[in-house]
Structures are given as C-alpha cells and as structure tokens.
Design a protein around this ligand. Structure first.
Ligand code: GLA
Length: 376
C-alpha cells in the first residue's frame, strides 16, 4: 500500500496532493552542525511520502502504512503526542509557534527510508509534513527558514537535541548535488556531485547494529563541545581554526574534551577541503578525507561501533577510495566511495566479514543524489 491508498482507506476520499521528502547521507561533516560548522549531505532516493487533505480548523489526523491506528490531535504542547506521530504534531506546533495559521489536515504517510539507521527517517517525516502544510495553507515560509522549524519540532516537541543537518538536507538538497551548508549562517552552495559520469559510486552499508543509549551519548558529545567552546572563550567550536588547534588544546585540561575538540576542528577543515576537491573535479581524491573522518570519529569523538569499523576496514581492503560512518553514530550506516563496478565485490566482502565476526548481516545498496522535499 502507498500513501495515496492509505489515505483513501482511512478517510474514504482523495487527498489534495502528495508531498515527498528524502532521507539523507552525510558525505562528510559529522557532529559539526551544532558547533556552527560545515556539513556536506546529499539526499537519498529513499523518501517519505505524505498524502494530505483538508480537515476542520484545529484538527489533525495522521495514519501510516506501518501502523494500524490513526492518531488525532488538536492544539498540543510539546510532549503531549508521543511515538512517531510526535514528529507530525511537533511540526504543527513549531509552525504555529512561529506565528503561522496552520490548516487542519488529514495525513497518510508511507516511507522507504530505513528506520533508526542514521539516514534521517525522522527528518524525512517532518519535512514532508511541513512542506505539505505550508503548501496547503499557502503559508509564507521561505525555503531557508524551513529546516529550523522542523528542527524545533524535534528539539523542543520530541525532545532530541539534534542539529540542523538532517532537516536542511531533506528540504534544501538538489538532485545531482551535494549541499554545502554553513550551519551558522544557513547559507548553502549546491556542489555538483555526479559520480556515475566518473565511473564511481557511493555504496551505503547499513550495519544493522542495534542502536543503544543513542540519545544520552549524543547529548553528552554536544555538552562537551559547548563546554569546550565556553572554556576557550569562543561562541562555538567553529571559531577555532585548524591553525589555532594546538594552542586551544593546550588550554584544555580534560583529555576527553581535547579529543572531542580535535574531531570538530579537523572535521570542519575536511569538509572545506572536500568541497574544494569536488569543485576542482578531483572526486577520487576526497577518499582519504572520508577515511580520515572515520578515524577521527572512531578515535577522537568515539561514536563508532565494531560493526561500522569492520565495514570501513573491509571496503578499504577491497580497494574503495575512502569509507566512513555517516550520521550520528553508535551503529547506523557506512558510506564508501568506489569504482561503480566494485560495488558487488565490496558488498560480498563486507557480508563475509560480518558472518565471520558473528554480526547480524549488513544491507548494502548504491545511491545517487536525489531531490529535496517537493510536491509530487
Ligand atoms: C544526527 C543529528 C544531526 C547531526 C548528526 C551528526 O543525525 O540529527 O543534527 O548532528 O547526527 O552529524
């Protein structure tokens, strides 16, 4: 069943339209977003589709192809609606809180973004519903202001202390491009990212490793970065340059905090260098930056798990140009840059390595840069 069928079945009528928003892969720039730094995501072909139609003012109902029960709510405050529908109620709340007259709506959603794999299934849900409600209500919300509204839904309504990366990717990415985003100014630059023309591909390997204590660990990393910025007397770690890194580290007593800072400062530099290489058409050359980013996440930020480390090592041993975990960490997916004709070989090698290690089998597929949120 798709979103349109689910809408017809639940509400006995046709939707006014269908809106889609993608999950994302972050090419590089991990945990830099809440440090006011740089990120470089692209949109996945996998997306969430919301079929939406009108309802009386102040009434919203959501159903989906993955749950039996429809959920209805009126004007709510953060935390009142829980479970997956909280992302929808959060978007309604955040739009209203920003002063918009949000139309009542009936919504049916369907999604092929893998859940809980670090590919931003929640941002895809928020962004599809946000875009639909803005269009349906004729609301005046410029594109560059939309991600922050969806982010507030997640931060304040759902209560997850995430940055601006995922919602920006889902809303502002363009097909065939990676999105270079300055997380302080929200300025973007669309970087052409057509791997097929170079005989290259990105293989995404979902480690299928169970997520554990994710929220607590994420929040702890964020706190440590914010505390470090305070101790260093800068608004955010983005304000420490690579050239200033050694001095900054010498001023911090805590060894763990020093490592967190080193990851963020070097990662921002890697994003800038990746953008420079892509613009120069040197796509293969970004490989070592991806791999260095992984090492930094593993050793300094300490957010990888054995499953993702093994996928990275195996892909590199099979000749990938670079490989790294993508997303918040503690499980999730690895992306590898490789010759397109090596994708099957690398997939088989990772599957074998996982079997030998006794890990749950991984899932792997190649991806291209898809479009951002849109009405279908
Ligand atoms: C999660 C968060 C993002 C970002 C990444 C790490 O996906 O939602 O805001 O911090 O982790 O880069």
């Amino acid at each position: 069943m798709n979103a349109r069928d689910a809408f017809r079945k639940e509400y006995g009528t046709e939707p006014s339209g269908l809106w889609a928003a993608p999950g994302r892969v972050n090419l590089i720039g991990e945990h830099t977003d809440y440090n006011d730094g740089f990120v470089l995501p692209f949109a996945l072909p996998q997306r969430t589709v919301a079929a939406v139609g009108p309802a009386p003012a102040g009434e919203w109902t959501v159903c989906s192809t993955f749950q039996d029960e429809a959920i209805s709510f009126g004007h709510t405050e953060p935390g009142e609606v829980t479970g997956w529908a909280a992302y929808v109620a959060g978007v309604v709340w955040a739009l209203r809180d920003a002063g918009h007259d949000v139309p009542g709506a009936r919504i049916a959603v369907d999604s092929d973004v893998p859940l809980g794999s670090g590919l931003s299934s929640s941002a895809a849900l928020e962004s599809s519903v946000l875009t639909a409600l803005i269009d349906l209500g004729g609301l005046d919300v410029p594109l560059e202001r939309r991600p922050a509204i969806a982010q507030r839904a997640e931060n304040v309504y759902v209560g997850a202390p995430t940055g601006i990366l995922d919602q920006s990717a889902s809303i502002r990415c363009r097909e065939g491009h990676a999105l270079f985003l300055d997380c302080r100014s929200y300025e973007v630059e669309q970087i052409p990212f057509d791997l097929a023309a170079e005989g290259l591909a990105i293989l995404v390997v979902n480690s299928n490793a169970p997520h554990q204590h994710v929220d607590g660990e994420y929040g702890a990393r964020r706190k440590s970065c914010e505390e470090a910025a305070r101790l260093l007397g800068v608004p955010a770690l983005r304000d420490v340059t690579g050239a200033e890194l050694d001095d900054a580290l010498a001023r911090l007593d805590d060894e763990v905090m020093r490592r967190r800072v080193r990851h963020i400062v070097t990662e921002d530099d890697r994003v800038l260098e990746t953008v420079r290489l892509l613009k120069a058409g040197q796509v293969r050359e970004i490989g070592p930056l991806l791999t260095a980013s992984h090492a930094s996440m593993r050793d300094d930020f300490e957010i990888t798990v054995p499953q993702v480390d093994l996928a990275v090592e195996t892909a590199l041993a099979e000749g990938a140009y670079g490989a790294r975990m993508t997303g918040g960490g503690f499980g999730g997916c690895v992306l590898t840059l490789l010759d397109a004709d090596k994708a099957d070989l690398v997939t088989a090698a990772v599957e074998q390595a996982y079997a030998e290690a006794g890990f749950t089998a991984p899932t792997a597929w190649t991806v291209t840069a898809g479009p951002g949120a849109t009405k279908l």
